[in-house]
Every structure is written in structure tokens, then in C-alpha cells.
Design a protein around this ligand. Structure first.
Ligand SMILES: *Cc1c(COP(=O)(O)O)cnc(C)c1O
Length: 378
């Protein structure tokens, strides 16, 4: 089976992890700060806080901006559930605003319609690796005095009008799960330019305790204080060593992802019934996913048929995503359901994610494109 995504790990990565395993610090050691600095430098942010996964990073961000019971946060439905779940962790209410039909990115017009006196923040998701319309979202956030947060889990390396994702919103969240651009096994990061947010997040991910084990050792001190309620959301040093090593390969990974996308684009160009999502001219798309829409009315074959036939042929296509507001948890808890985000809901019937990862061979990319064409043209 050709998967839709997978990690690329080489000998340097393995050596980097091994070196840490025989060092003094498996966790709260020097590799954590080194990885944070490397990511901050890469995206052009002042601060980066590393955590154990992207979901913990989202939760940490929601805590840092003080989301609590009664607050509303606007999120898109076309995302992984964690984007909305992090609001619920804090007792808040995620409010789903529909997406743009061409890009499936949060639609600023729909966002503004959802704002009321309870709204505290907007979380934009750089879906598939393409940045949101951040200028419009920023304008809306400033006008209504809202926090602007980016779920950049698909978009490490992406750029919006020449600015890297990670340096645009008040806070940006990344994930280092194996299907993402770089991996630490499990891992996450929050980037920000605001020192107060960074300080708050460092406490929150370490039980709300004011110093970590290494700082205490350096100061030959046993004293610490818990100044707030926090979690243990720390990441280990061997994971961060892997992250540092992976980050060096990110430019190559991005180049390969864009090459694969260009191949698919060309293969489907001029074919009726299959349309890749629109890519905006002002962005550098990082292609976490390659998503196309399958129009069952034009073809003899709808998305689900194409999906089933490709899976039968060993091609691990996927669907990203089931709109979050259609999950039973959200429908029951927040009394929402079909009809509230019609654009995301109809896109969900048509979208398919094709295999997209740096390690896929040219032959496999050609095979995927050929099988898609054969099925939709038969
Ligand atoms: C992967 C992902 C997350 C969660 O990251 P984990 O590291 O798996 O917890 C959140 N949001 C989006 C959009 C993602 O793709």
C-alpha cells in the first residue's frame, strides 16, 4: 500500500537520537532549547515553545490567551478535530465559520458574521499547507479586539505574501507527527513574538512550576514554586534532537512535495470531473496534503467510488476531513449539525487526498496519477 503520508528518516536522524540517548539529559535538557531556537529562527518568530504534540500545543495556546467558560472561538470545520477540541478543553465554545469553496480555507466574511460579545479569538487553519487570507483575518481580529491564532500543523515552511507561517498570527501551532513536514515521533511547538505569552506557556507545560529541573540543578537549588495550574506537556531531548536533524532537511522535503504537486496538477490538467484545490498566487504552498475535488455529476464515478477503487489497487488515498461540526460529540454537545457550514459539507462529499510525502518514488507518483485517470475516464 502506498500511504498518503509518511516520515523520511535517515542515518543522520538516527545518530542524532542515539547521541542524546547516551547523554545526561533525556528530557528538560539542552536539545529542547536548541530545537525551539531553530524553529523560531526558521519561521522568523521571537519565541518558540516545544511540547509533546500538536494538540497539547493548541491547548497551551488557548490557555495562554485566557480562553475559559462562556468564551467563543471561531474555527473552520475543515480541519482535524483538535483545532476545535482545544477550545472545549478550556470550557469554551468553538463556533464554526464556513470555508471558501475554492481553497477550503476559513472565509473571512463568514468569520465576521459569527462575531458577538462572547467571541475572544479566531483560529485559522492553513489547510493542506496553504496559508489563510491572513491580512483579512488580521483586520477583523483588530477591529473586534480578538486574538488571532494559526493552526499551522499543515504549513511548516509555507509563506503568505513573503512571510513565513509561524510569524503572522499572535501564536502559531505546529505538529511533528510522522505525516507532517518534519517529525519527532510525537511533538508540537507554539511560536509567538510576545514574551508574556511565551513565559505563560513555559509555565503551563511544566505543571505551572517556575523553574525546570535543569535550571534548579544549575542553580544548586531545591526551591521551586507552583504559581498556576499546569500540565506535563514536555517533549523529550531525544525527540528534539530528531527535530533539529529533520529541520535541516525541510527545504528539500518542501521542494519534493511541490514537485509531486506539480506532477499531479499537470496530469489532471484539462480532465473534467477532477479539480485540484485552487492555489492562491500570493502564497507558497507547503503541500502537507494534495487535495482534489471529484465531481460525481460530471463523471460516472463519485469520490467514494474513486476512493474504494484506488484503495483496492493499493493506493492509500484518504479524506481530509469529515467536517468537525458533524462529529457526534459536537452535534450533541453544541446542538449543531448538517446545514450550518454548507460549503464544507458539500466539499466533504467530493474531496480526496492523494499520496504526498517526500519519500514517494517518481514511479509511484506516476502510478497514482495514471490509476486516477483510468478510473475516472472508464
Ligand atoms: C496534526 C494536526 C493537529 C494535531 O497534532 P498532533 O501532533 O497529532 O496532536 C492539529 N491540527 C491539525 C490541522 C493537524 O493536522
Amino acid at each position: 500500500m502506498i500511504p498518503y503520508g509518511r516520515q523520511t528518516i535517515d542515518e543522520d536522524d538516527i545518530k542524532a537520537v542515539n547521541d542524546v540517548l547516551s547523554s545526561d539529559w533525556l528530557t528538560t535538557g539542552p536539545k529542547v532549547a536548541e530545537f525551539e531556537q531553530a524553529v523560531a529562527d526558521y519561521v522568523g518568530a521571537k519565541y518558540a515553545v516545544a511540547v509533546c504534540n500538536g494538540t497539547a500545543a493548541l491547548h497551551t495556546a488557548m490557555h495562554a490567551i485566557g480562553i475559559s467558560s462562556g468564551d467563543e472561538v471561531i474555527v473552520p470545520p475543515m480541519t482535524f478535530a483538535a483545532t476545535a477540541n482545544c477550545v472545549v478543553f478550556q470550557g469554551g465554545t468553538p463556533v464554526f465559520a464556513d470555508v471558501d469553496p475554492d481553497t477550503l480555507l476559513l472565509d473571512p466574511v463568514k468569520v465576521e458574521e459569527k462575531i458577538n460579545e462572547k467571541t475572544k479569538a479566531i483560529i485559522g487553519v492553513d489547510y493542506a499547507g496553504q496559508p489563510c487570507d491572513w491580512d483579512s483575518l488580521r483586520e477583523i481580529a483588530d477591529k473586534h479586539v480578538l486574538r488571532l491564532v494559526a493552526d499551522g500543523c499543515h504549513a511548516l515552511g509555507a509563506e503568505y505574501k513573503g512571510r513565513k507561517v509561524g510569524s503572522i498570527a499572535d501564536m502559531t501551532i505546529f505538529s511533528f507527527h510522522p505525516v507532517k513536514h518534519i517529525t519527532t515521533g510525537e511533538g508540537g511547538m507554539i511560536t509567538t513574538d510576545e514574551p508574556a505569552l511565551a513565559r505563560h506557556m513555559r509555565l503551563f507545560i511544566n505543571h505551572g512550576i517556575s523553574t525546570d529541573a535543569r535550571q534548579r540543578e544549575q542553580q544548586s537549588s531545591w526551591f521551586y514554586e507552583m504559581v498556576g495550574l499546569g500540565y506535563n506537556y514536555r517533549i523529550t531531548d531525544f525527540q528534539c534532537a530528531l527535530g533539529i536533524s529533520q529541520l535541516q532537511k525541510l527545504p528539500k522535503f518542501l521542494e519534493r512535495r511541490r514537485e509531486i504537486a506539480a506532477y499531479y496538477d499537470k496530469a489532471f490538467d484539462g480532465l473534467f470531473g477532477i479539480t485540484p484545490l485552487v492555489v492562491r498566487k500570493d502564497s507558497f504552498h507547503a503541500y502537507h496534503l494534495y487535495v482534489a475535488r471529484v465531481d460525481g455529476d460530471t463523471l460516472n464515478c463519485d469520490r467514494t467510488t474513486l476512493f474504494t477503487k484506488l484503495r483496492e489497487k493499493g493506493i492509500g488515498v484518504n479524506v481530509h476531513y469529515i467536517p468537525v461540526h458533524l462529529h457526534p460529540f459536537y452535534m450533541e454537545k453544541f446542538h449543531i449539525g448538517p446545514g450550518s457550514c454548507p460549503i464544507a459539507e458539500s466539499a466533504y462529499e467530493q474531496i480526496i487526498s492523494l499520496p504526498m510525502f517526500p519519500g514517494i518514488s517518481d514511479e509511484d507518483v506516476e502510478l497514482v496519477a495514471l490509476k486516477v485517470k483510468n478510473i475516472i475516464c472508464s
